[in-house]
Write a protein that binds this ligand. Structure first.
Ligand SMILES: Cc1ncc(COP(=O)(O)O)c(C=O)c1O
Length: 382
């Protein structure tokens, strides 16, 4: 007897038990190394996901007034919010100060002037940390690397020193050198850089806060082999060169590493084109649902809900009117036909939070699975 196939259109599917295992692993490492965690809300802002993170007593890293408002509405207290962003507007800074959030990460001398002016006007005393651009190269996609001199993020350490010399309300520093970093050597390099910066601080400066950002990568190639990222290795690498009194101050902002592997995007094959030369499967999902491949050429593992010994190489593409709307070529899949359901793996981070309104396509729903999903290979989507 054939099982009835139910598919009401594309959706995101989240494995909440896996999310909890990932949160637990991050907390275990953070307790071991004494780091405070702030989840980077930009990675995924779905209520069910972030509630689980908030209930685990992880703070939140926001990059807009909208994210601060969302975090407050979802139950984070203002004191657990840190606020970064290279282009904060006056209205956003005013809003953050009025809420009395935990920390503002200030990215330039000009922004610092505005923060001081508005703090005086609103009579608030929100703590400020300076975001330093350490001019450090890391190996990741150039579009998600943020710590080199030419990047728009943060200020030169010399500029930070000038601010410190003239003002007494700076409590520390923030650095974030990039995302999807898998080689721990880069976090060790960051640790060495921070050590040398700290050594240059004026003697009377009291360092109370050191946020070393996010950036821990996940395994997009073989997610099933590495579902839980290496939080221990990350935190251990960041401490390598720091003196013990500084280690105690470290806070971190993981985004992708917390939510990346618990989310999958499910879509259906609509048409097969160029069957003989370069078979291309056109789906009912694409760059509007998951932008990363079109934006950075990011590659996600794709599987299908059927077993077959034969496999074939497919280009897998989306439906919108852009040639860049593709999940890439050479995806090894069993022979596909119209109606097959494909699973795009590791789509929990920078997936639904980056979705587009382009072509006025419908916003797809999310499904939250609360019991452990069967193993990766056996997953059924309908
Ligand atoms: C300042 C800052 N902190 C944290 C993050 C989160 O990074 P990830 O998702 O790689 O952990 C980002 C991501 O771009 C960021 O810009």
């Amino acid at each position: 007897m054939q099982t009835q196939r139910i598919y009401n259109g594309p959706y995101y599917r989240y494995d909440l038990p896996l999310l909890q295992r990932t949160i637990d692993a991050s907390l275990e490492a953070s307790k071991k190394y004494g780091c405070k965690l702030f989840y980077a809300l930009k990675a995924n802002n779905e209520s069910q996901i972030i509630n689980q993170i908030r209930q685990s007593e992880i703070g939140v890293d926001c990059v807009s007034a909208g994210e601060i408002e969302h975090a407050l509405n979802e139950g984070w207290s203002a004191s657990e919010i840190v606020f970064a962003g290279s282009g904060k507007t006056i209205r956003e800074i005013e809003y953050a100060l009025a809420q009395d959030i935990g920390m503002i990460h200030c990215e330039s001398a000009a922004e610092y002037g505005i923060i001081c002016e508005l703090s005086e006007k609103l009579d608030t005393n929100t703590q400020v940390a300076l975001r330093i651009n350490p001019d450090l190269k890391v190996e990741t996609h150039e579009k998600i690397s943020t710590g080199e001199k030419h990047h728009k993020f943060g200020m030169a350490f010399s500029e930070a020193l000038q601010i410190i010399e003239q003002n007494s309300n700076i409590v520390g520093f923030h650095l974030h050198v990039g995302s999807q970093i898998l080689d721990m050597q880069y976090f060790e390099d960051l640790s060495l850089t921070v050590r040398s910066l700290i050594a240059q601080l004026p003697e009377d400066f009291s360092l109370e806060y050191l946020n070393l950002g996010g950036g821990l990568g996940i395994d997009y190639t073989n997610p099933q082999r590495n579902l839980i990222p290496d939080f221990d290795g990350w935190m251990s690498a960041l401490r390598t060169h720091l003196p013990s009194n500084i280690i105690e101050l470290i806070s971190l902002e993981p985004g992708r590493s917390i939510v990346g592997q618990c989310g999958q995007l499910i879509g259906e094959v609509q048409y097969i084109k160029h069957e003989d030369s370069n078979p291309t499967a056109i789906l009912d999902i694409g760059m509007t649902e998951l932008l990363r491949p079109a934006l950075y050429g990011a590659r996600h593992k794709i599987t299908v809900n059927k077993d077959d010994l034969i496999s074939q190489k497919y280009t897998v593409s989306g439906p919108t009117c852009e040639s860049s709307d593709t999940f890439g070529n050479n995806h090894e899949l069993p022979p596909l036909e119209r109606g097959d359901l494909l699973i795009i793996h590791s789509a929990g981070a920078y997936g639904s939070s980056m979705r587009l309104n382009y072509n006025l396509r419908n916003v797809i729903p999310s499904q939250f699975i609360t019991e452990t999903v069967s193993t990766y290979l056996k997953q059924k989507v309908a």
